[in-house]
Design a protein around this ligand. Structure first.
Ligand code: C2E
Ligand code: CA
Ligand code: CA
Length: 736
């Protein structure tokens, strides 16, 4: 390590500041000279400056030691034995380019000097030289070496930073680009090729409009021209870019661009006022983000199961349609569609089947409407429909017909045939409401009104409906309360054997003793109970209550102890898991023979839920329980279709009997039904026999059993008992 402690001479250290610098790096010097004296004097001189050196006496030795050790400086004599200075130069230049050569020679000819310089020699000292000359040369060399080192370092840094820069630019997740004054690409990074399929050179020299989607070109023009006029503000714009290959998808970018400004010192032409040289921009690929946004938007405004608009979007559409209708003096229809008996499907086939059914239904409904109409799913089995721009109620009626027709064929779900009907209510804007909420509410009320009337139909909202249900849509809560507070009661209607004119059975019919409204008929609450599922509780209660009464009749040896008890069962009840066990359990609880119980199921229930009911009915039938088809003739079912079921009794709907008014009236359908039932070995009951003419008619065509007001209306238990006793007395009187 050199330092300036050995030399107190301030002058020297000032002159040769590189040699004497405190932070000077150690220098290795090789001296090759064949003159012993020369070598020693150099060594001594250098040691004065604390510079170490190695001495060799000819060219060969120099090359040998260079092969082993690195030297910074070589002081080289030219004329030496064996290998001379020129040869050494050649080899050093080739093999050790970092070793700086200074020739020290007495042969200072011009030729030697040029030759030496050509071999890259750094300096030439003519022997004999003044010691200070050598020191000065060494000092200069050290200075140059250090300078070169610094330059090397600098260029290494620049190179590294350039590499880093190009790495960042090319590996940027965003497209980085530059446009010239006219909008032509002057630079684009590699990301653009990855995302759009073009090569980098496909962009260079081409106008941006070639790559921007036609529909977004206006925005792009606007943003780039703004970049020129608002130089300090980055311009944000969204546009789609057209990929090179057709099979690639359009990609959406969010670009920020800013004009590239040069400050005065960077402007080559001093007189030029032009300071803006182009546009620098970063375009971020937001295709995925957009897709996600779209998906989220879809989720927020659509029903996941059917992909139909949901309540929120529906209300939005109504608001929009209303504002248009107001301007154009048009009407719109808001409809509430509620599927009948969906609960049965869900309970008996499971939720997955229920979901599939809803999907298929929404597809069919969609086929019935125009593009401008909106169909939405707003609840389990509830749909809303808006018809924008209708001219009259007739348009709505036509659509309802179309929907009804489209639902005529059954839906096939997991090999089950399911028939679907809807209860539909409609409110018209502006007469039935001038805001979204009211319109939907009124459509809902109209729908409830049709439900109350036995479902499967359509009704327009009217002020009458408003009065009926206005303050009280809570029949549902009323039913719950009625079950808890025992407001229901069993009435019985007798069935008579035509020949013997004796009571053969009774049908249990429910009544609601409402504390305020009095006796409510089942027609006013059964459809709603079915809709809400409360029918299951009601049905269970009815079966239990009527079996208890029958047990009492049996225990007290009443005249009614041998009759058949007919109980109405709804589809939803059959669908429940424990239906079979519940029926069997009740019979056991009251010790009633299964042959004494007849379950009445409407023809429609049987038809529409064939797959669900068949198993359960068969199970119960093996125990001896009887089954009657209620309201037969209303469902257009063929008897052969019903043959799969264990049916004992056919109840001809009272609408057929009501066609017989005066003596001589005939109804060929009734005759055919009686004949068919007989052929199939089934009993037959004529329902709704109200007059003597009807009694005579059914007797004449050979109908074995009758039920109707002529024989007795539904009545409370006590009265039923009294009637039975009277009849017994009459019969006994007659036989007596
Ligand atoms: P349904 O099963 O067809 O019952 C016969 C209905 O016809 C009864 O009406 C009865 O009062 C009425 N009726 C009987 N004879 C005559 C007649 O000569 N002329 C006329 N015009 N009508 C007659 P109700 O009791 O009002 O019951 C109506 C419907 O409510 C029943 O029709 C049945 O479908 C349902 N229902 C009644 N009780 C229950 C029940 O406990 N469970 C279920 N699921 N449904 C029930
Ligand atoms: Ca019945
Ligand atoms: Ca009936």
């Amino acid at each position: 390590m050199r330092n300036n402690s050995t030399d107190g001479d301030g002058h020297k250290s000032c002159m040769y500041k590189k040699i004497f610098a405190a932070d000077a790096t150690p220098i290795s010097i090789l001296v090759a000279d064949d003159e012993e004296l020369m070598r020693q004097s150099v060594k001594e001189l250098l040691s004065l400056y604390n510079l170490n050196c190695t001495l060799v006496k000819d060219g060969q030795e120099a090359l040998d030691i260079l092969a082993e050790k690195t030297f910074d400086i070589l002081l080289l004599d030219l004329l030496m034995p064996r290998v001379d200075g020129f040869q050494v130069m050649k080899e050093v230049k080739l093999k050790y380019p970092n070793t700086d050569i200074v020739v020290t020679s007495g042969e200072a000819t011009f030729k030697n000097a040029t030759l030496a310089m050509r071999h890259g020699v750094k300096d030439f000292l003519h022997k004999p030289y003044v010691p200070s000359e050598l020191i000065k040369v060494i000092n200069n060399l050290i200075e140059k070496r250090e300078m070169k080192q610094k330059l090397d370092e600098m260029s290494r840094c620049i190179h590294a930073s350039e590499k880093r820069y190009s790495f960042f630019v090319n590996n940027s997740p965003d497209i980085i680009y530059m446009l010239d004054h006219n909008g032509y690409f002057s630079f684009v990074n590699k990301r653009a090729t990855e995302l759009l399929g073009y090569k980098q050179e496909d962009f260079i020299g081409h106008h941006y409009s070639k790559f921007v989607h036609a529909e977004d070109i206006e925005q792009a023009h606007f943003a780039f021209s703004s970049s020129w006029s608002n130089v300090d503000i980055a311009q944000k714009v969204e546009f789609r870019m057209v990929p090179k290959f057709q099979e690639q998808e359009l990609r959406c970018f969010e670009s920020r661009s800013i004009a590239i400004k040069l400050d005065a010192s960077e402007i080559p032409d001093r007189n030029s006022t032009e300071k803006l040289v182009g546009i620098y921009g970063v375009a971020r690929d937001v295709t995925e983000q957009k897709r996600l946004d779209k998906a989220i938007y879809f989720q927020v405004y659509h029903d996941a199961l059917t992909e139909l608009p949901n309540r929120v979007l529906f209300q939005d559409r109504i608001s929009f349609a209303m504002s248009q209708a107001r301007r154009n003096n048009k009407k719109i229809a808001v409809m509430f569609l509620d599927m009948d008996r969906f609960k049965v499907v869900n309970d008996s086939l499971g939720h997955i089947a229920g979901d599939k059914l809803l999907q298929k239904i929404s597809k069919r409904l969609q086929l019935c409407i125009r593009d401008s109409d909106t169909l939405a799913r707003v609840g389990g089995d509830e749909f809303n429909l808006m018809l924008s721009d209708i001219s009259s109620k007739e348009d709505v009626n036509n659509l309802v017909d179309k929907i009804t027709q489209s639902l005529e064929s059954p839906f096939i779900i997991e090999n089950n045939e399911i028939y679907v009907t809807f209860s539909i209510g409609t409110a018209i804007y502006p007469e039935d409401g001038d805001n979204t909420e009211t319109l939907i509410k009124h459509a809902d009320m109209a729908m409830y009104s049709i439900k109350g009337k036995g479902k499967n139909g359509h009704e327009f909202f009217s002020q009458k409906i408003n009065g009926l249900h206005g303050g009280d849509l809570s029949i549902e809560n009323g039913i719950r309360k009625a079950l808890q507070e025992n407001e229901f009661e069993v009435y019985f209607q007798p069935q008579y054997d035509v020949k013997s004119e004796k009571i053969s059975g009774v049908e249990a019919l429910i009544r609601w003793n409402h504390p305020q409204k009095g006796l409510i008929s089942p027609d006013d609450f059964i459809p709603l109970a079915e809709e809400t599922g409360l029918i299951n509780d009601i049905g269970e209660w009815m079966l239990d209550a009527s079996c208890l009464i029958l047990q009492n009749w049996i225990k007290s040896h009443s005249v009614l102890s041998n009759i058949t008890l007919a109980v109405n069962i709804s589809a939803s009840q059959i669908g429940t898991d424990n239906f079979v066990n519940s029926v069997l359990g009740t019979l056991e609880k009251y010790n009633i023979q299964p042959e004494q119980l007849e379950l009445e199921i409407t023809e429609n229930t049987l038809m529409q839920n064939m797959d669900i009911v068949v198993d359960k009915l068969k199970q119960l039938a093996t125990h001896g329980i009887l089954f009657a088809v209620d309201d037969f003739g209303m469902g257009y079912s063929s008897l052969s279709y019903l043959q799969a079921l264990p049916l004992n009794n056919l109840k001809i709907d009272r609408s057929f009997i009501s066609t017989i008014q005066v003596p001589g009236d005939k109804n060929s359908i009734i005759t055919a039904m009686v004949a068919m039932a007989k052929e199939m070995g089934m009993n037959i009951v004529a329902e709704g026999v109200e007059s003597k003419v009807q009694v005579d008619y059914v007797k004449a065509i050979g109908c074995p059993t009758v039920q109707g007001y002529w024989y007795g209306s539904p009545m409370p238990t006590d009265k039923m008992q009294v009637i039975a006793l009277k009849q017994l007395a009459n019969n006994q009187l007659r036989t007596a």
